[in-house]
Design a binder for this molecule. Sequence first.
Ligand code: NAD
Length: 277
Amino acid sequence: MSNLTSITQCTELNNGIKMPWLGLGVYKTQEGAQVEQAIADALEAGYRSIDTAAAYGNEEGVGRAIAASGLKREELFITTKVWNSNQGYESTLKAFEESRRKLQLDVIDLYLVHWPVAGKYKDTYRALEKLYKDGHVRAIGVSNFLIPHLEDLLGSCEVVPAVNQVEFQPFLTQPELQSYCKDRNIQLEAWSPLLQGHLDVPLLQEIGHKHGKSAAQVILRWDLQNGIVTIPKSVTKNRIIENADIFNFELTSGEMEAIDGLNENRRLGPDPMNFNF
Ligand code: NAD
């Protein structure tokens, strides 16, 4: 995907729904004034996609920021996720109602299973299918699903997940998962794209210098050119603007390969094959 020249550009999900390539992540953004201001700044900078989750504890603030924005509902793309303790069929339906109420939205654009909780994620996903068929969500998907989880789910689900949101950053590029999802038309989405702020990586800085861009901008552009939706988090206005200023330069194929070459299968977050929350 090298032809991305505007923040308004979207990927088309496997059900035809359009999702912006760039969104604002709000994990660890405080409920209240902080999340409301971050979203106001992001919308002003042109972002139209927000990634929250029940577990982030800020859905109400996200809802207030959306309501205050004055933007038409159809201009925005809102993602939220069902938390692990609410997994299971009935409890997911209930959790969804809670998220929808907090966000002050009738319809959620993308609803995700947050983690593949063993013994539960298939029932959880069945509830998502019900919400999708009833028109309460425009697309459904998963998060933190590795190939074994996807194999298991695809063996029995009716609606192929539209999105898989996983940790994806220069030290964890998961090439097999990338091609697995691409082959099945599941859009990969990167969480912690900015290495959680640990951007002191010489190669990224060198490439950035050549383009007059920061290491953060280089990574985000690399995501886009790899065909991966990306949702950097910041609560600082100038960084929110900086992270969106990635549609006016292009990495060469050599630079793309060099960044791909940083992969060390190194996670910053929990391992989806072995987590206990
Ligand atoms: P991130 O990689 O986006 O890093 C965010 C941090 O990077 C910020 O707190 C700030 O310290 C720094 N930063 C941001 N912009 C910068 C810039 N331009 N220059 C220098 N430093 C900068 O980390 P994240 O928040 O973990 O991930 C992004 C989003 O992904 C989250 O907010 C959330 O929406 C989502 N996420 C999802 C899951 C999941 O399990 N599905 C897990 C983690 C995160």
